[in-house]
Design a protein around this ligand. Structure first.
Ligand code: ADP
Ligand code: MG
Length: 824
């Protein structure tokens, strides 16, 4: 098996060039012969039984042989000859009947005969699957079958890898298997991805791919593909909607339906049963069932990822004695892959799954498929149950139905030729786990949270089910169900309000409120929608939405109500006035403008204050503040107590100068006009002022220059001294250094303990030692108690002291300072 990476070449690893050319020659002959043989096929004859009866290329024959496929299944015998001849095909055959080979063989063969191979050939066949797991499985079959001599480059595009990495490989591919979303992403974003020469399009689980969920992606993909191509559709349940066929532009498709005439839509070797049990007993029965079948491989389906998670987590805690696994669409790709591998390989295991595992997956030897939550329709039922009893093996399916679902579902199953029988659960074997689950939820808030989510999503899923003949929300006992999940009461769900809210209100007075939109994704979607609806929101909108913060909001609300009342804005949306939100009093406010505020200006604060006082809000007049402060919240009330904060509300102060008598003057005071004139003409006055200023500047300049000169001199002197010291050091060399080192070592030893304590960046210290720097000496200002002071502080101090020490022998000032210190 190839690593489940993005690409895999299905050619043998090392093919010598010589062999290659020889092979090519043989291929040419091969292809011609094959072409003739295929043309001579009579697909409707039905006489082909074994793969050897068909004109297939040597590499394909080899592949089939190595996989031990000899006899064809019905669908293969019917579909392959037609597909080899290039017909479009609508293939329907039961689950596990070998549909994969029915399209993989024609893909390999038709491209082989066309010699659609190599980098330049571009993409020849595109195989689309609804899930990543199924795409991987198809790729696996393609790989195993094609690796015995086919030269195609085949790839897998399912996301979960970097787009760029896929991109590079993609352009070389001849056959691609992928999921709709990722394929579309590449078609629209990868420039070099050439599909103009595509010969074949295959949709596995076609009905799923063509349904609503994938519609947009698939339509967009098809737009990129050439119209002239062969299209193959396969599924266990096949709709023949004309609209779908038109979408795919099928030309005269051949319907190959193997079970249309059969008396059942499901494999014969599949035993199907259902049990009827109320919602609240489902978990008990499931647990009891698993306990009774520990030596089997069980696949259990639920309706949502939340259900899966809750049951998985709670059962895991209860140690069921069989390995539990879970898979759902919310998991990371890696986890999903690992789970499928584990479950495939396991002998005894129980996998809890959503419908991501319902389609196409070929887990070997599954004994039971349990459907705990009723599937949305019969097709889903068939696909789920089809994970067992594959290719002539035995298998059992058990469907759990609540009493209210029984009638509707049975009718539908019967109509689609699904033979199913009622069975009862032996009371002796039944064990109640309700108490245990309740206890776990009580102890573990996370589990309780999962239970709440599981409850909400389940109820929502019932609510959203299309088939109301089966799913009748009112018939389920939700209180009991929530209790069976270990919850103290049924979480309230918003969308139920409309139904019979009075009864519910009564029932769940003390229920925990769980937001109706539990689902993060849905939540986001809803938010987005709401946003889109709301249109463009301005800064003012946001400001006014913030309620109870300032009076502006109230004020705006009034204005808006005016608008509402006179119908200029969105009025009441046709809603009836309710108690909570009475209609604005139309008579009162009708077209009467009470105040008008210019859109861009803030409301004058004085007016605000006026309004506030009429509103019984406290207004405080502060000394030093021009405008009064409105106290409309506790926060503001508190603000009054802080002088520092109040400063901000006061007006900015002025700088004053005081004369000799202590009188305050402003810095610049205007003199009398008369005084001014008395001093002479303005021009002269200016000149005089300039001269005075020049004198002041000149004086200051002399001082500054002298200071700068002194500084420079000092610097020079220090440099020379340093140079001299260095020269002297050179001359005396080793001896002194050694002496200093000895001292340094001693000092280091003396206060090593001290140092260790503060030196947490030891490396740095070591380096310094290596540089032969002087060691630290305990200073006069360091007392023993200093050891207890904070490390950082100490390091700083010590560093500073060292600096002093290092400078010690160098300048006079330093010596003086040290001496003073010692004396001190
Ligand atoms: P489907 O897609 O119809 O559900 P698959 O193609 O997954 O079924 O095949 C179901 C199983 O049958 C696979 O494990 C496959 O290996 C096996 N199988 C298919 N065709 C043959 C065959 N001709 N002979 C033996 N086993 C086969
Ligand atoms: Mg299949």
């Amino acid at each position: 098996m190839p690593a489940p990476g993005i690409t895999g070449r299905i050619r043998p690893t090392k093919v010598k060039k010589q062999q290659n050319t020889q092979k090519r020659k043989r291929d040419d002959v091969d292809v011609e012969k094959l072409e003739q043989a295929v043309a001579a096929l009579d697909p409707k004859n039905g006489s082909y039984k074994d793969f050897t009866d068909l004109p297939l290329s040597d590499p394909t024959k080899q592949g089939l042989k190595s996989c031990h496929f000899a006899v064809m299944t019905d669908i293969q015998a019917k579909a392959i000859p037609l597909a080899l001849q290039g017909h479009d095909i609508l293939g329907a055959a039961k689950t596990g009947s070998g549909k994969t080979l029915a399209f993989v063989i024609p893909v390999l063969e038709n491209l082989y005969r066309l010699q659609h191979v190599g980098v330049d050939a571009g993409l020849g066949a595109l195989i689309i699957s609804p899930t990543r797991e199924l795409a991987i499985q198809i790729f696996d079959v393609l790989y195993k079958l094609g690796k015995h001599g086919h030269m195609f480059a085949a790839g897998l595009v399912i996301g979960g890898k970097s787009l760029q990495a896929e991109r590079e490989a993609l352009t070389r591919m001849n056959i691609l298997v992928g999921t709709p979303g990722r394929i579309l992403q590449h078609l629209s974003q990868t420039v070099a991805f050439n599909v103009d020469d595509l010969k074949m399009l295959v949709l596995d689980e076609a009905d799923r791919i063509l349904d609503m969920g994938f519609q947009r992606d698939v339509d967009a993909i098809i737009d990129y593909l050439p119209k002239e191509r062969q299209t193959l559709l396969f599924s266990a349940t096949q709709s023949r909607k004309l609209s779908d066929l038109a979408r795919l532009s099928l030309s005269e498709p051949e319907y190959v339906s193997v079970h249309a005439e059969a008396d059942s839509a499901t494999p014969k070797s599949l035993q199907q049963n259902y049990i009827v049990c109320p919602l609240q007993e489902k978990l008990d029965i499931l647990w009891s069932f698993i306990q009774a079948s520990k030596k089997s491989k069980i696949l259990v389906f639920f309706s949502s990822a939340k259900q899966v998670r809750f049951v998985y987590e709670s059962f895991r805690h209860m140690q069921p004695g069989i390995p539990l696994l879970h898979i759902h669409g919310r998991q990371k790709q890696g986890a999903r892959l690992e789970t499928t591998h584990k479950f495939s390989a396991a002998k005894h295991s129980c996998l809890f799954a959503t419908d991501v595992a319902a389609r196409g997956l070929d887990f070997p030897a599954v004994d039971f498929v349990i459907q705990v939550d009723c599937p949305e329709d019969v097709d889903t039922y068939i696909h789920r149950v089809g994970r067992t009893a594959r290719y002539n093996r035995d298998g059992r399916g058990v469907l759990f139905l609540t009493p209210s679902e029984e009638e509707g579902m049975l009718k539908k199953l019967e109509a689609k030729k699904v033979p199913i029988e009622l069975i009862n659960v032996r009371e002796k074997k039944r064990k109640s786990i309700k108490e245990q689950v309740t206890h776990m939820c009580f102890k573990d808030p996370q589990l309780k949270y999962l239970a709440q989510k599981a409850f909400v999503t389940y109820v929502k899923s019932i609510y959203l089910q299309k088939d109301k003949e089966i799913f009748k929300l009112k018939e389920y006992d939700l209180e009991e169900y929530s209790a069976s999940l270990g919850l103290p009461g049924a979480p309230r769900i918003k969308f139920l309000k409309g139904d019979d809210s009075k009864a519910r209100k009564q029932a769940s007075r003390d229920a925990i409120e769980v937001s109706g939109s539990e689902d993060e994704e849905e939540d986001e979607d809803e938010k987005k929608k709401a946003k889109a609806k709301a249109g463009v929101r301005t800064k003012y909108d946001r400001m006014f939405e913030r309620q109870n913060q300032d009076i502006l909001a109230d004020h705006y609300k009034k204005l808006v109500q005016h608008e509402d009342a006179d119908g200029t804005d969105e009025p009441t949306n046709g809603k009836e006035p309710t108690e909570d939100a009475p209609m604005p009093d139309a008579d009162d406010d009708f077209l009467s403008v009470k105040r008008r505020i210019p859109a861009d200006d803030d409301i004058p604060e004085a007016e605000e204050a006026l309004e506030a006082s009429t509103r019984n809000q406290k207004v405080v007049h502060l000394d030093g503040a021009k405008n009064p402060i409105i106290i409309d919240s506790n926060r503001r009330e508190k603000l009054l107590k802080s002088k520092k904060k109040l400063l901000k509300l006061k007006d900015k102060g002025k700088k004053l100068v005081f004369d000799e008598d202590g009188n305050a003057h402003e810095i610049y005071e205007l003199e009398d006009e008369e005084d001014f004139r008395a001093k002479g003409l303005p021009e002269e006055q200016r000149k005089r002022f300039l001269e005075q200023a020049r004198e002041v500047v000149a004086e200051a300049d002399v001082e500054d220059k002298a200071a700068a000169k002194a500084k420079k001199k000092e610097k020079m002197r220090k440099r020379k001294e340093k140079e001299r010291a260095e020269m002297e050091g050179d001359g005396m060399g080793v001896e002194i250094e050694g002496g200093e080192d000895a001292l340094a070592n001693f000092l280091a030893d003396a206060d090593a303990s001290d140092r260790e304590e503060w030196s947490d960046d030891g490396e740095e210290e070591e380096e310094e030692e290596e540089r032969g720097e002087q060691k630290r000496q305990k200073k006069w200002f360091e007392e023993e108690s200093d050891e207890e002071t904070a490390t950082a502080k100490r390091r700083k101090k010590v560093k500073a002291s060292r600096d002093v020490e290092r400078a010690q022998p160098k300048t006079l000032e330093d010596l003086e300072e040290l001496a003073a210190g010692l004396l001190g």
